[in-house]
Design a protein around this ligand. Structure first.
Ligand code: ZN
Ligand code: ZN
Length: 136
């Protein structure tokens, strides 16, 4: 099997799923189309696609790194550590921060999928309420 066809199916899968998939989830999807495919072939192809910038890889706090198609608008995320909720940020929100860092460090930043961690409004509320009821 030519590796280019694996690349093609990976890109198609990530395009259709429109979300973040672990390498194992990508493999499961590819296996549906190419039953004879080897996991290591898929993982190597993923690495290659990340290196050439077609796919982004990030740690979203789920225990496994996740892959996503890196095309169209660049976006970033804030992930809630309490409930796992994921908010998508457009690049304009993050760009001034990158520009500041570039001025300070002289680096040209190429990160195309930044993941920040925090606590969402619901979880903050729950924590405050839990704090109150503990006192009663
Ligand atoms: Zn993303
Ligand atoms: Zn939350």
């Amino acid at each position: 099997m030519r590796s280019s066809s694996v690349d093609f199916y990976i890109l198609e899968t990530l395009r259709e799923e429109h979300s973040h998939l672990s390498s194992h989830e990508v493999f499961e999807q590819i296996q549906k189309q190419l039953p004879a495919v080897n996991p290591s072939t898929v993982y190597r192809a993923l690495d290659r696609l990340v290196k050439c910038g077609k796919v982004s890889v990030s740690d979203m706090g789920t225990g496994a790194e996740v892959y996503e198609l890196a095309e169209g608008e660049i976006h970033h995320h804030i992930v809630c550590q309490g409930c796992g909720k994921i908010i998508t940020l457009c690049h304009e929100d993050v760009d001034p921060f990158f520009a500041t860092l570039e001025r300070k460090t002289g680096f040209h930043i190429v990160t195309n999928h930044l993941v920040l961690f925090g606590e969402c409004t619901d979880c903050q509320k729950k924590r405050v309420e839990a704090g109150h009821s503990a006192k009663e």
